[in-house]
Design a protein around this ligand. Sequence first.
Ligand SMILES: [Zn+2]
Ligand SMILES: [Zn+2]
Ligand SMILES: [Zn+2]
Ligand SMILES: [Zn+2]
Length: 464
Amino acid sequence: MLQAVVAMESLPTSLTTKESKECLTIKRGTRILSEKPFAYVLKSQYRLERCDNCLEAVQKVRKCSNCRYVSYCNRTCQQQAWPLHKHECPFLKRVQPRIVPDAARMLCRLILRLEHGGDLERGYYTEHGSRKFRDLMSHYAEIKNDPKRREHLESLHAVLTDMISDSNSGSSSIVPNITELMSIYGRLITNGFNILDAEMNSIATAIYLGVSITDHSCQPNAVATFEGNELHVHVIEDLPCLDWSKIYISYIDLLNTPEQRRADLREHYYFLCVCSKCIDPQEMHEMTAAVCPNASCDASVNIELAKCQQCDASVTPQLRTAYNDIMAFTQSSLDSMKEVAYLDVCNVCLEKQRGVLHPLNVWHVKTLDAAFEAAINVGKWTDALAFGQQLLPGFGKYHGAWNPLVGLLYMKLGKIQLYERNYKLAVHHLQEAQCILSVTHGHDHRLLVDQLRPLMLQARHEMT
Ligand SMILES: [Zn+2]
Ligand SMILES: [Zn+2]
Ligand SMILES: [Zn+2]
Ligand SMILES: [Zn+2]
């Protein structure tokens, strides 16, 4: 009975019985899945800013009166969280002012969920298609042979033994042995999602069961977005039929060369991507291209070749040297700005790139992205607008036209233009944002209702 109740609750809300059985065309923007997490943990850096239960930003923090480690937005959230939180609460209290690693808290929650009936729980992706936690890939063998992962797991095991044994009055019986823990850990690291807030910052980690059916592609036909802790999957192209074996989302940052993407996927997900973009040599060349030495030619030039393929202009040794220097300089500059981007550093990079790197070179695009954020952070709106505009072609090309990041870029541009009183352009960019975000998030998503629509109304109002 319990299983049946759970099953009913986990059913996707937006897909009717009819749609899953018959082969109906699925239009771009259709929400094909909504799912609550099987387990999730708010990142510790947000524990005094966001509710540990619903993940919303809290105005007036209501801390757990016992551990004072986690916060809630109200009593209802606190009560909802208690059945799970009560097991970790004594440990979190004892560990203060230290912070428990997020991965340890997440593993703890998974163990507790599995211990209390979670093993039977199913996440549905269609009326009859479902996945249990044990159906998720564990990559046991790969992790066992990966020294970095093993070391990480062993340290987590030590934290967990300490954590769970004390909070259960001396009984350490529910901490699994290292073999069992490795199978849970493997499922976590290869199936875990980062829950993103409206600005695409990662605020929590989570496991969703149903959506784990989807494979990766660097040219996905669906995207996962979030509303609170709920995950939505929207298709971003028209599909002849809903066939989950042919639904692909991207697991990684697409603003990277095929080489980097494949390395990321191999390191985190243990597979070699053979998607059409990864096996296309043209993709690698475009992403690392130099400008053509002939100023009137806009072709992207492969620096290893002797000539431009379009106009036959020769690639000079000087261009090659300048290219190698600026590529190395850009890569190390961006590496040093992983946490915070500095406008002056970005400007130096962009200056050096001019006349050497092609505008669609991915390292140039990444620099523009960093410069855009840096300019916003220091309130240099005119600079931000210029960087954002230059960013659009590369961002759209590599992230794909129907990508939340591209929609958000348009929304930010529209917002700045509104404040800069450039109402016509503001409306134009906000419309572009709406077009994309209503596909990736849905018309009724809070990002559109609470943020985009008011901006649009204001911009239209000011224009008249
Ligand atoms: Zn809450
Ligand atoms: Zn507590
Ligand atoms: Zn790929
Ligand atoms: Zn040329």
